[in-house]
Design a protein around this ligand. Structure first.
Ligand SMILES: NC(=O)C1=CN([C@@H]2O[C@H](COP(=O)(O)OP(=O)(O)OC[C@H]3O[C@@H](n4cnc5c(N)ncnc54)[C@H](O)[C@@H]3O)[C@@H](O)[C@H]2O)C=CC1
Ligand SMILES: O=c1[nH]c(=O)c2[nH+]cn([C@@H]3O[C@H](COP(=O)(O)O)[C@@H](O)[C@H]3O)c2[nH]1
Ligand SMILES: [K+]
Length: 502
């Protein structure tokens, strides 16, 4: 006879935290969100920790090199998506690893024979007013000049005026030499009262820009997550098919931690992949596995050698796996059960395996709940897709700004495959949707607000670390009517747009 669970599985929305004693030292400034990412032995330091408990999802619409840098600056980690050719994923990892803080690749470039109209159009698209003029119009071409808003007047000039007539030519530009440090570039900015300085190599090729505003921003990041060589920590997604090719490529490119990306990780494919990594790299390469939703899945991956275990089937905002295949489990129940198994495993073996709760986080308080239930860090897709730094287009739909966001199981994501993986194409079905999410601004602002809320809740609970929260939180189920009681009720809202990311 099939096994039946006695209780229904539940979601984060069905729980609340009950406050504990808040002492006077428990202030937001005194809360640490530092958290282990990979397994460690009792009493030892984890080989890799993050400064905030957030990682971005292994998805085309979320985690590219740009997101990886932006999130590492705040103390979290991106897992760059593997639904792309091996070389392209490795190149993204490498770009993020070799990113030099404060040195940005120019995203606005034109050729000297293009026109003022092209300048106006580009500025509208990119929102940036510093434009590099290179021979071939690329970000690494031979630099021949530069255009800023001070160089042209839209109201007075013919839109077809060639750029070469109004740009500041190269011989009049102040530049910095390739290989200079950020503080040297910054001195050049200040000495010459510039807002931006192009960095060029011996062949007059543009390599980067350094902007004055970025230098100021850079100084503010006390949480940034760096390796021993001061490069940002970067993760990479891998799969259980082409790992013998993909893993060496992303490891060589500098990936600090890998994650097997699958909807369902309780499989021999994953244990074979983990065994292959251990045979080839020993413990030097860190790799998480998943996704699982019960203790059996956790024990299987723990024994197979996973460095962390990821939890969640079907709870993601773009997921339709539960509808399509009827597999999955309420995310809160899955986290609670797997965390109990992890704690038991730790007691028994002295090895602590961090858990990642993946998908289904809607409100900021869901983050605190997932951590209190035993997760060590959280993977999110929708949350990060809304920010400037996500790789997708920002669009204006019916007067509101949105960003595109699509599931890895949608046809849109799957179309990258150049080769057929076999099977009858008519038998393929989608497990994810293609959607929009409301545009929310910069990652920095949003992550800081969310983390302040999490810390503030932790103070209410009486915890100044994630470990404290996991050990001492009091969590209650809520009835359907108490959920109604928890929202604004029995009043007429003056502004119906109130709410949002609570
Ligand atoms: N967390 C979630 O609830 C869900 C996530 N997704 C996302 O969609 C993407 C694709 O996920 P999946 O379809 O689960 O990918 P997958 O590659 O893990 O699995 C696809 C199918 O291939 C099989 N398979 C795996 N390795 C194999 C090998 N070496 N040889 C032969 N067959 C093999 C699996 O058993 C499964 O039937 C991932 O990014 C995943 O995160 C999709 C659905 C749900
Ligand atoms: O059923 C699914 N079909 C898909 O196409 C799909 N793509 C991603 N994922 C999973 O959803 C997670 C992100 O969830 P959120 O947007 O809720 O943060 C991700 O981290 C994945 O675990 C998918 N699940
Ligand atoms: K399975």
């Amino acid at each position: 006879m099939a096994q039946f669970y006695k209780e229904p599985s539940r979601t984060f929305n069905e729980y609340l935290l009950v406050p504990g004693l808040t002492t006077k030292e428990m202030t937001v400034e005194n809360v640490s969100l530092k958290t282990p990412i990979v397994k460690f032995r009792k009493g030892e330091e984890p080989p890799l920790s993050a400064n905030i408990p957030l990682v971005s999802a292994v998805m085309q619409a979320v985690s590219d090199d740009n997101m990886a840098v932006a999130l590492a600056k705040e103390g979290g980690i991106s897992f760059i998506y593997n639904s792309q050719p091996v070389e392209e994923e490795a190149a993204m990892v490498k770009r993020a690893k070799t990113y030099k803080s404060g040195f940005v690749r120019s995203d606005s470039n034109l050729r000297p024979d293009q026109t003022m109209q092209d300048v106006v159009d580009l500025k509208k698209r990119s929102g940036h007013s510093t434009i590099a003029i290179t021979e071939d119009g690329t970000a690494e071409g031979k630099m021949v000049g530069m255009v800023t808003s001070r160089d042209y007047r839209v109201s007075r000039m013919d839109p077809s005026t060639p750029i070469s007539e109004f740009m500041t030519p190269f011989d009049k530009l102040i530049t910095a030499p390739d290989g200079c440090t950020l503080s040297e570039a910054n001195d050049i900015l200040w000495d010459n009262k510039l807002n931006a300085v192009p960095v060029v190599d011996d062949n007059q090729r543009l390599t980067y820009f350094v902007f004055r505003k970025d230098y100021d921003a850079h100084k503010a990041n006390k949480n940034e997550l760096l390796d021993a060589h001061k490069s940002y920590i970067v993760g990479a997604g891998v799969n259980t098919r082409d790992y013998e090719e993909r893993i060496p490529a992303v490891v060589d490119a500098g990936a600090d931690v890998l994650c097997i990306d699958s909807s369902e990780g309780y499989s021999e494919w994953q244990s074979e992949c983990l065994a292959w990594v251990r045979k080839k790299y020993g413990d030097d390469v860190k790799i998480g596995a998943g996704n699982v939703v019960d203790k059996e899945g956790f024990y299987y991956l723990a024994e197979a050698g996973a460095d962390f275990v990821k939890i969640g089937i079907g709870g993601g905002s773009i997921c339709i796996t539960r509808e399509q295949k009827g597999i999955g489990r309420g995310q809160a129940t899955a986290v609670i059960e797997v965390a109990a198994a992890r704690d038991e495993y730790f007691q028994r073996t002295g090895v602590y395996i961090p858990l990642c709760s993946d998908g289904g986080i809607v409100y900021d308080y869901h983050m605190t709940l997932a951590l209190a239930m035993g997760a060590d860090f959280l993977m999110m897709g929708r949350y990060f897709a809304r920010f400037d730094e996500s790789p997708t287009s920002k669009l204006n739909v019916n007067g509101s700004y949105v960003k595109e966001y699509w599931g890895e199981g949608s046809n849109r994501a799957r179309n990258w495959q150049r080769y057929d993986l076999g099977g009858d194409p008519r038998m393929k079905f989608e497990e994810g949707v293609d959607s929009y999410v409301p545009y929310a601004g910069s990652l920095h602002d949003n992550v800081n607000l969310s983390m302040t809320k999490v810390k503030s809740t932790m103070c209410n609970v009486g915890a100044t670390s994630i470990r404290d929260l996991q050990e001492n939180a009091k969590i209650t189920l809520v009835s359907a009517t108490s959920i109604v009681e928890g929202g604004a009720h029995d009043v007429i809202l003056r502004d119906t747009s109130q709410g949002g990311n609570r």
